[in-house]
Design a protein around this ligand. Sequence first.
Ligand SMILES: Cc1cc2nc3c(=O)[nH]c(=O)nc-3n(C[C@H](O)[C@H](O)[C@H](O)COP(=O)(O)O)c2cc1C
Length: 267
Amino acid sequence: MGLVTINEGTCTKCGICAKACPAGIISLAEGFPSTIEKIEKGCITCGHCVAACPTAALSHCRMSPEECEPLDAGWRLTPEQVGSLIKGRRSVRNFRPEPLAPGLIADLLGMVRHAPTGMNSQSVSWKVVLDEQEVQFLSLAVVEWMRAKEEDQGYNFRGMLKAWEMGRDPILRKAPALIIAHGAVDDRMAPASATIALATLDLAALPFGLGTCWAGFLTMAAAGSPGVATALGLPPDHRMYGGLMIGYPEFDYARIPTRNPARVIWG
Ligand SMILES: Cc1cc2nc3c(=O)[nH]c(=O)nc-3n(C[C@H](O)[C@H](O)[C@H](O)COP(=O)(O)O)c2cc1C
């Protein structure tokens, strides 16, 4: 079986598959679309050839048109809807002490699989912590790292350590759950792919009534502290590239805070 199979009964030779292929592997030189064999290795299995074909005439060896969910005509939300979602999102630091259902997180991560990844590597890995005590254990590991760093120049964790000693959790905010994106240390695209996946998850959580907050201190500590890295329990050749605290917000926001104007150099 070749890389792509064409149904000659339904293919209209419109050439969209060739235009959509990011690697330029498909040609219509022979009439019907076919792949240029010597550059087939450049296929990143992005599925654009299958997804763009208006008549479902093209099948990729890893993906048939039947396996690809049809796009509903209403999938493009209005600019107002998208603007409200982006502007209405807030970093949530006060959570209801309500556990999250694993199925809900699985659904969210199922959506986030469709976020872009470098070279379509789809290599983002996740660690999901659904036990509030375990989240607290990670906060404690970060606090221990902060205590060790307190004397170092360039760090000032005094206020956070004081808050911790007063029974607050300024690290993971007593969140009921935590989602960590990780990937292989030697994957050069992993930091960007993981960050994009987390940013997508950040927005995807909103229609479910969930709130999130980026776990920046945990990410910083995971990179700098073998103790925190061990507490995370990731594969030895993996690194944490970011994480989100997640849970049901204790309160809603009534307004959108102002932000600086976009700083742009127009070319
Ligand atoms: C990379 C990154 C790391 C962050 N780390 C933390 C963190 O560790 N703790 C926290 O409370 N907020 C953290 N935040 C949230 C920011 O403080 C927040 O995005 C900013 O104040 C704007 O508020 P908003 O998200 O509600 O618009 C982080 C945000 C980003 C993008």
